[in-house]
Design a protein. Structure first.
Ligand code: SAH
Ligand code: SF4
Length: 369
C-alpha cells in the first residue's frame, strides 16, 4: 500500500514549490525564502517561532504541512563514538540514523569529524545474505522529506549541544547514504532530498561531502553517469568473481560483474571522480587470496579506492569475521599491488559497519541498554 500522509511534509518541498504555495495562498514570493530560512538556517521547530511570517499564513502552513515528519524517539550514546537516533515516522515505521564521531589528528586543537549515516527505505528488497537490513524484506521507500528530516533531527540535536559559529553551518562533516535500504532503488526521492540538502536556501551542505552507496543497480548507475551530480559513489562489491558475489548478493544475478564494471567505468569517465569499492571481509566466503588478486584487477581497472570492512556479526546469521591475520593477508595483496585502500577495525569508528547494522525491527528495540 502506498503511504500517503494527510498533510504534506515540509522538509520535502523545494523553494520553487514553496513559492508556488505562497502565491496560491495570497502571499508574496519572498515569504517562501523567509520560511526556508526558519527551517534550515535558524532551525526552529514550531510555526509560532517564525516571527516574521504573518500569523494567518502560519495557520495556513500548519493546516497544510507537517513540521516534524520523523519524531526522534531516543538517542543512544554508546561508550565509543557512535550515536544512534531512532525515529518514528508518521505511519509508525521505525528508522535509524547513526552519527559517527571519528577523532581527527589535528593541528593542536581536538576536533572530531562527524559523519551521519542515513537510511533511504524501511527495510530492503535486495536481500544480501550478510545484511541486517535485508532480513525482513522491503516495507516502503522513504519520501524526500523523511530523508531530509533525518539530517534535520541531527541538526536539532547537535544545535542544543554545541554553540554554532554561524546559524548557516550544519554540525556534521559528511553524509553517507549507507543506512537501511538501497538508495538507487529510491532514485527520485533521493535526488530531491540531495537537492534540498545541497541548495543555498536549504541546508547548504556540499554535495562532494555526500557519499551514496549502492549494491550495484546498473541502470541507475548509467543514469547517474549522464547527470551532472557532485556527490560521491560507492559500490558494494563484496566479491571479485560472479560466483562469490552471487553467493552473497542476489542482485549479482541480474547485474553480474560484466555489466556492473562497464557501468562503473562509464561513471568514472564521465565524472572524473574516484569511486570507492566496498568490500566486506567474510571468513572463507570472500577473504581468499585468489579473490584478493581479482579485486586488485577490478580496482586497477576502475582506478578505485577499496574500503575493506571486516564483517560485523549480525544476530541470527552464521557469517564470521576473519581473524586479524587473515584480514592482514588479504590487505597485503592490495598493498603489494599499490591499490589505495583503507581498513577500519576499531569498533564504532567503522562507519560502514555501524551503518550496515541498521536493522528493521518488528517492535521498538530497547534503546536503554
Ligand atoms: N544498499 C546499499 C547501502 C546500504 S548498506 C549498499 O548495499 O551499498 C551500506 C554498507 O554496509 C554496504 O556496503 C553493506 O554491504 C554494508 N554492510 C551491511 N551489513 C554489514 C555487516 N554486517 N557488516 C559490515 N558491513 C555491512
Ligand atoms: Fe539492501 Fe544494501 Fe543490505 Fe544489500 S547490503 S540488503 S542492498 S541494504
Amino acid at each position: 500500500m502506498k503511504f500517503e500522509p494527510e498533510k504534506k511534509l515540509i522538509f520535502g518541498e523545494t523553494l520553487e514549490e514553496l513559492e508556488v504555495f505562497a502565491r496560491d495562498t495570497g502571499q508574496p514570493k519572498f515569504r517562501a525564502k523567509q520560511l526556508t530560512d526558519w527551517l534550515y538556517k535558524k532551525r526552529v521547530q514550531s510555526w509560532d517561532q517564525m516571527s516574521n511570517l504573518p500569523a494567518e499564513w502560519r495557520n495556513i502552513l500548519d493546516e497544510h504541512f507537517e513540521l516534524s515528519p520523523a519524531k526522534p524517539l531516543l538517542s543512544k550514546e554508546s561508550r565509543d563514538v557512535t550515536n544512534k537516533l531512532l525515529m518514528e515516522l508518521t505511519d509508525g515505521s521505525l528508522i535509524e540514523t547513526v552519527l559517527i564521531r571519528a577523532p581527527m589528528k589535528g593541528v593542536g586543537q581536538r576536533r572530531s569529524r562527524t559523519t551521519v549515516c542515513i537510511s533511504t527505505q524501511v527495510g530492503c528488497a535486495y536481500g544480501c545474505k550478510f545484511c541486517a537490513s535485508g532480513l525482513l524484506g522491503w516495507k516502503r521507500d522513504l519520501n524526500a522529506a523523511e530523508i531530509v528530516a533525518q539530517l534535520m533531527n541531527v541538526c536539532h540535536q547537535e544545535d542544543t549541544m554545541t554553540q554554532r559559529a554561524t546559524p548557516e553551518i550544519s554540525s556534521f562533516d559528511n553524509i553517507v547514504v549507507m543506512g537501511m535500504g538501497e538508495p538507487l532503488a529510491n532514485y527520485d526521492n533521493l535526488m530531491k532530498a540531495i537537492k534540498i540538502l545541497n541548495a543555498d536556501w536549504g541546508l547548504k551542505f556540499g554535495a562532494r561531502r555526500i557519499t551514496v552507496s549502492t549494491s550495484g543497480l546498473v541502470p541507475e548507475i548509467e543514469k547517474l553517469s549522464e547527470k551532472s551530480i557532485q556527490f560521491r559513489l560507492a559500490i558494494s562489491l563484496h566479491g571479485a568473481t560472479n560466483s562469490t558475489r552471487s553467493k552473497i548478493m542476489p542482485i549479482n544475478r541480474r547485474y553480474p560483474l560484466e555489466k556492473l564494471i562497464p557501468a562503473a567505468k562509464h561513471f568514472v569517465k564521465n565524472h572524473g571522480r574516484m569511486l570507492t569499492l566496498e568490500y566486506i571481509l567474510i571468513e572463507e566466503i570472500n577473504d581468499m587470496l585468489d579473490e584478493a588478486k581479482k579485486l586488485v584487477a577490478i580496482a586497477k581497472d576502475l582506478h578505485a579506492h577499496v574500503n575493506l570492512i571486516p564483517y560485523n556479526k549480525v544476530e541470527g546469521l552464521s557469517w564470521k569475521r576473519p581473524n586479524i591475520m587473515r584480514q592482514d593477508r588479504f590487505a597485503s595483496i592490495l598493498k603489494e599491488n599499490k591499490v589505495p585502500f583503507t581498513i577500519r577495525r576499531e569498533k564504532g569508528h567503522d562507519i560502514n559497519a555501524a551503518c550496515g547494522q541498521l536493522r528493521l525491527k518488528a517492535e521498538k528495540p530497547d534503546f536503554t541498554r
